[in-house]
Design a protein around this ligand. Structure first.
Ligand SMILES: *Cc1c(COP(=O)(O)O)cnc(C)c1O
Length: 362
């Protein structure tokens, strides 16, 4: 017994120990109103269903195209960029992780906000990259001067998650311009819901990488499609790292169906319009109930109630079959992140919040 234990101690010392990211729950019960992971409440474009049904299944025995050409062509056409400026991956999580691995090797700390996407510090931990979290101001805004000190790289989501706060492209450009010695990543997972993109800056700044995903605005979280746009030099280094890891990252179905999603511009715009209209309506309802929140430009609202603890509301909603997201973390432990669902789902949420507020749990 004792020896076995010692052996395990031996190898365990050399394990890469990490604290993994904790994703929002994916309940099996389909009746749950799921407002906890910022998925799109509407299905993907109708053409995808048709195409999915007509794909020749015998092609699945072949390896997929390493360059994800069909998807790349669609994206390059849509965003008016050259193929040398585009990198695709398995969701933006894959693209971001690969970017951390590729660009953050100076040994100097990488900078990102203290309240932000909780995967950044996990990747930094996984890759042994030192980092510093810069405190957002009391309105959850970025203090740009914080990002003008010596650093090994910068990551900023715009709009930020989970706050929904959007920064202007002018502020982000100042940060990019002030840091020619490091790569600046702007994570635009939610920019389609009303933000201005930094994409127009990639021709001017070699050190800027703009990262996007199909998981939120394009309703395809299940297919895992993400991409990055930047200077040909950045993209080249990113591809070298990726092809040293796994050459076949994007599967055949994601490539084909993702390309089809890009083709249906009208469906895309209509879906976004619906979500934005619902978001604005829900903001008014929440204000009426006494909730406070920073103005969100994402498909979610980060709300607190001055009288009822967020944790209580979170638990009460869960009992009632409505899942939202809650973090027991400093500065945000009285906030709930509520994904914007369909109008019907949000009406049920609002009714339940009203009934919870009436009883005012302590
Ligand atoms: C959802 C999200 C991602 C990851 O999306 P993928 O599904 O991996 O494409 C990345 N960044 C932020 C800020 C997100 O909220």
């Amino acid at each position: 017994m004792r020896k076995e234990n010692n052996d395990r101690m031996g190898w365990e010392e050399n394990v890469r120990k990490v604290t993994p990211y904790v994703p929002g729950e994916q309940p099996e019960n389909k009746k749950v109103i799921k407002l906890n992971t910022n998925e799109c409440p509407y299905p993907p474009a109708p053409g995808i269903r048709k195409l999915a049904g007509s794909i020749d299944y015998s092609r699945l025995r072949l390896y997929p195209d390493t360059e994800a050409k069909r998807l790349s062509e669609a994206l390059c056409g849509y965003y008016h960029i050259m193929p040398e400026q585009l990198f695709t991956g398995i969701g933006s999580d894959d693209v971001l992780a690969m970017s951390f691995l590729t660009f953050f090797n100076s040994g100097k700390p990488v900078l990102f906000p203290d309240i932000t996407y909780s995967f950044y510090d996990v990747w930094a931990g996984l890759f042994r990259i030192p980092y510093q979290q810069k405190k957002l101001d009391e309105k959850f805004r970025i203090v740009k001067e914080d990002y003008m000190t010596e650093n090994g790289g910068i990551v900023i989501p715009n709009p930020n998650a989970p706050t929904g706060v959007l920064e202007g492209v002018d502020v982000l450009e100042e940060i990019v311009a002030a840091n020619p010695g490091s790569v600046v990543i702007i994570d635009e997972a939610y920019v389609d819901f009303g933000g201005e993109s930094c994409l127009k800056l990639i021709d001017r700044y070699e050190n800027l990488l703009v990262v996007r995903t199909f998981s939120k605005s394009r309703a395809m979280a299940g297919l895992r499609i993400g991409f990055a746009m930047g200077s040909p030099k950045l993209i080249h280094y990113l591809k070298d790292a990726k092809f040293s890891f796994n050459s076949y990252t994007m599967n055949m179905l994601s490539v084909e169906l993702g390309a089809e999603a890009v083709r249906d511009e009208k469906y895309f715009q209509d879906t976004i319009k619906k979500i934005v209209a619902t978001r604005e309506r829900v903001k008014k309802e929440l204000l009426g109930m006494g909730f406070v929140f920073p103005d969100s430009k994402g498909n979610f609202i980060f709300a607190a109630h001055p009288e009822v603890p967020a944790k209580k509301i979170f638990e009460e909603l869960k009992v009632r079959g409505i899942y939202v997201r809650y973090w027991e973390k400093p500065r945000i432990d009285n906030y709930l992140r509520i994904t914007v669902g369909t109008d019907e789902e949000m009406d049920i949420l609002i009714n339940n919040l009203r009934s919870i507020m009436k009883n005012k749990p302590e």
